[in-house]
Design a protein around this ligand. Structure first.
Ligand SMILES: Nc1nc2c(ncn2[C@@H]2O[C@H](COP(=O)(O)OP(=O)(O)OP(=O)(O)O)[C@@H](O)[C@H]2O)c(=O)[nH]1
Ligand SMILES: [Mg+2]
Length: 321
């Protein structure tokens, strides 16, 4: 079963074998021991890709827009990889099917690699698996990685904002921009797109966005998020979006914010991994009995939650005790 060995698969993936790449991404998705081996192997080969997060409410047209954006990137003779993350919430049950259908135009293009990823199961799975999957695509040589995530829920918004350039997609219609603001999307946007601009109300939505932007504080690096309009069913506006993304990349690189952001993302990632490891260790050290008995003690009023965690931590620090 040599082909199941992560070392062999990673080296095949790094030489451009798409089947191997898909299997390596499955390892990352599962988040088990193999995923750690993958992380070690790909890390030295990363740092070349620019990541673009595309986020917005369910059904905003993220996949359709991504499909058009792929075409614009290819027109520019660049290769591109797409990672569509499905948080598997009840809101987005059909997202993976939708991604496949909407991005089918590029299924036969060698310069395009599209992958949907679901991260069911373990806590923090999405937050940990996504940056790792991006690194795999980066190491495999993709100069641009597009990341589609639904902008609902705190973790999803965090993941969406963990890109070099973040595109927030809203639709025309009363209150859509206000909803995006409430979801925390305004803060993470480098570029706004009003998609479905073939519908009524695009100008009102633009006014809403621009007003909210005027009231929020300007980024220190002087970038003012542009507000673009697109029609993803026809492809209108996709070339302008691609050029705005490239402008943002150039600006962030020059202003030094690209490096600063990447650095702060690494810090967040390390903190998440640390918390996750501590939890694993607390479970491993205590065997099966520790968690239930500790929870019972808290439920019975014998221990408060903070004291309970201190006890768990003690077990981690003193494995033999
Ligand atoms: N009229 C119009 N419809 C659009 C436009 N862009 C997308 N749609 C339609 O909107 C629906 C949702 O599009 P998707 O691209 O799947 O949206 P999504 O945001 O990826 O959806 P999820 O991944 O499920 O959250 C589809 O029926 C699209 O055809 C547009 O510019 N105009
Ligand atoms: Mg989609």
């Amino acid at each position: 079963l040599r082909s199941r060995d992560p070392e062999a698969l990673v080296s095949e993936a790094l030489t451009g074998d798409r089947a191997a790449l898909a299997r390596v991404l499955s390892m990352v998705e599962r988040g088990d021991y193999d995923a750690r081996v993958v992380a070690r192997l790909v890390h030295p080969h990363t740092g070349g890709a620019h990541t673009v997060g595309i986020t917005g409410a369910p059904g905003a047209g993220k996949s359709s827009l991504t499909n058009r954006l792929i075409a614009a990137v290819r027109e520019d003779e660049r290769d591109v990889a797409v990672l569509a993350v499905d948080p598997s919430s009840p809101f987005t049950g059909g997202a993976i099917l939708g991604d496949r259908v909407r991005m089918q135009d590029h299924a036969l293009d060698d310069g395009v690699f599209i992958r949907s990823m679901a991260t069911r199961g373990h806590l923090g799975g999405l937050a940990l698996a996504t940056p790792q999957a991006i690194r795999v695509l980066d190491a495999a040589g993709a100069p641009w990685v597009l990341l589609e995530t639904v902008g609902v829920g705190q973790v999803e918004v965090e993941v969406a904002g963990a890109a070099d350039t973040t595109v927030v997609v809203v639709n025309p219609g009363w209150g859509d921009a206000v909803q995006a603001n409430k979801a925390g999307l305004l803060e993470i946007a480098d570029i706004f797109v009003i998609n479905k601009a073939d519908r009524d109300g695009a100008e009102a939505t633009r006014n809403d966005l621009e007003q909210m932007l005027m009231m929020s504080k300007l980024p220190e690096d002087g970038w003012i998020p542009p507000v673009l309009t697109t029609v993803s069913t026809s492809g209108e506006g996709a070339a302008e979006l691609w050029s705005a993304i490239d402008d943002h990349r150039a600006h962030a690189e020059k202003a030094g914010t690209l490096d600063a952001r990447r650095r702060s993302r690494i810090e967040n990632e390390l903190r998440t991994i640390l918390v996750r490891r501590l939890e694993e260790l607390a479970t491993a050290q205590g065997g099966d009995a520790l968690w239930p008995s500790t929870c019972d003690a808290v439920a019975a009023g014998l221990l408060d939650p903070y004291a309970a965690v201190e006890q768990l931590l003690k077990r981690v620090m003193q494995p033999t005790g």
